[in-house]
Design a protein around this ligand. Sequence first.
Ligand code: GCV
Length: 692
Amino acid sequence: MSTSTPQDSWQNPWHDAWLPDAAFRPLGSRRVLVALGPDAGPVADTVVAEVRRATRLFGGSFTVSTPQERADGEHDLTLELGDAPQVGPDGFVLGRRDGRAYVRAGTAAGLLHGLHALVRRGEDAWGADDDEVVDVPASSLRMLDHWDNVDVHPVMGQVERGYAGGSLWFEAGRVREDLTRVAAYARLLGSVGINAVSLNNVNVHRTEARLLTDGLPDVARLADVFRPHGVRTYLSVSFAAPMTLGGLPTSDPLDADVQRWWAEAADRVWAAVPDFGGFVVKADSEGQPGPFAYGRDHADGANLLARAVAPHGGTVFWRAFVYNHTQDWRDRSTDRARAAYDHFQPLDGRFDDNVVVQVKHGPLDFQTREAVSPVIGAMPRTRVAVELQVTQEYTGHQKHVCYLGPWWSEILRFPLTQNATRTVGQIVTGLPGPADADDPDGPEAAPRRAGGVVAVSNVGDDAFWTGHPLAQANLYAFARLAWDPESDPVALLDEWIGLTFPGADPHVAATLHRLMDGSWRTYEAYTAPLGVGFMVTPGSHYGPSVDGYEYSPWGTYHFADRDGIGVDRTRATGTGYTGQYEAPWRDVYEDVATCPDELLLFFHHVPWEHRLQSGTTVVQHVYDSRADAVDEVERMVAAWADLAGLVDDALHARVTERLAEQLRSATEWRDQVRTYVFRKSGVPDASGRRIY
Ligand code: GCV
């Protein structure tokens, strides 16, 4: 039985995540040549620092030279910054020839990514000569949004929807003095290719707004910490800033003073942070100010900011999460799922080139299961980014094991545009797809539209970074999928396990895989059924409350009655939402016979005894799947208990505590949903299992 404390087994008071020293052993025991040009910059310094650290730890050696000197001496690995036009600004070439490994890149960021790719390969990188790998990220923008508040918000706390303690950089109204931990975070992000972070909550409160003015020196300090890892900083800004910060009487995007105010604000920001990325904006959404107040639309609003940042090469990420959150539940004609498309699709072609419309992956709000948002495929003349949610707002608050890689992979691989020819991943990254030949703007148009892959981060100042230690895998998988949306999420899980638990007993790796691989589907199976969503406790969004949002202004209903359940979003009899999709999805979803089971209640209101494609009835599916899922959580608890002594004690204890809560909560979900369905429908559970 291991008796180590975190402080004994980790180098720092926080967990090493996927960069424990042991993962660097294969590299650190070799002779490494780092061939850089003069003044290669801060990211190149990070490459050198990584090699220095690894070789010191494991007895290897390293030399730093210019490319001309590289032939001197015997080396096992050359990391070379040079001419590599085929890999673009972030990619690298990795190979092995004549018994030596090499990484080549055209930029320091590419070299850093190549170095970490080598680390991920472990000893395999040092085997027989191998075919050269050219690895270029699909997306040039791989971004994490942090919903961190500068001040502790009375309801949302320091991090909105944060389940891992406080903010890594804000504390009690200011940016922390000591940014050592931020540097460790930046190192983690750089190692998996994240290249952009937005520092503050999209709900911009008064103190956050000040980051644009007197907070700029602090923003610059943070940018200095992220820069050496190839990560640019962004800020969320309030559309009302010209009034709240500038004292102007209006924020009207067509007002000349407002335009001047934003231009000057941008000048100040770029003077403080010359490689600043740009702004993220939540406007006319859940109470945030926006252009509607002046009778303007979202293109007017976004272009206002875009023109202010354009001279600096900046980008505006304008969120499409716009809907009426003061709806009357009696109003059956308003469908929240329609809102983003109705607001944004008509604006296609009106956004400036440096605007990215950032679209949540589903039309509602990061539910455990939703249809893919049709907006992503409906704006061919606009740069579009997809927004995923790594923080587990609706997927168990980092108290439940819920590995989201498979969910994101399904989303990114979903073929969305006409005749299902272009996937979400291809649309947002600009990767070539089969639709290119038919593109109304010509086959070269796709890359111009690529906005990137964005997610809401799940980290905090918790010792394990993510509250639940196994939630680190979600951060890891997001980054790797942003790099390559075609990656296999199961392989990414194993990659994460191998790095985070290096040299562990094979039983440990097998158990972790077994616990996590199917965990999203298990979570789905004990929570809201068949895509209906939102049966969560209002406000917190944790735990069951089947009717919690049923009579609320938020527009999230399931319409269960004694006869059936689900939301009719068809063109024939419902809200018409299916009409927002291109073929074939507009017809696949319209027809109850072809609608996939897992989305049935998202698109249709059906009788309780409607038969699913799986052969069972809706009501019996609800009964069975909830009960089976809790049985699975019980098995997860037992499997984890078996690892005591085989993994770090502190980590084992934390996961044990979280699994106990997961079992309690899953049981509550099971019993409330099953009982609710029985009381509404009156249909008994054919399996005879207990209903309350
Ligand atoms: C930052 C949901 C969340 C909010 C979040 C919002 C958004 O409504 O519950 O906390 O606000 O999404 O994405 O803007």
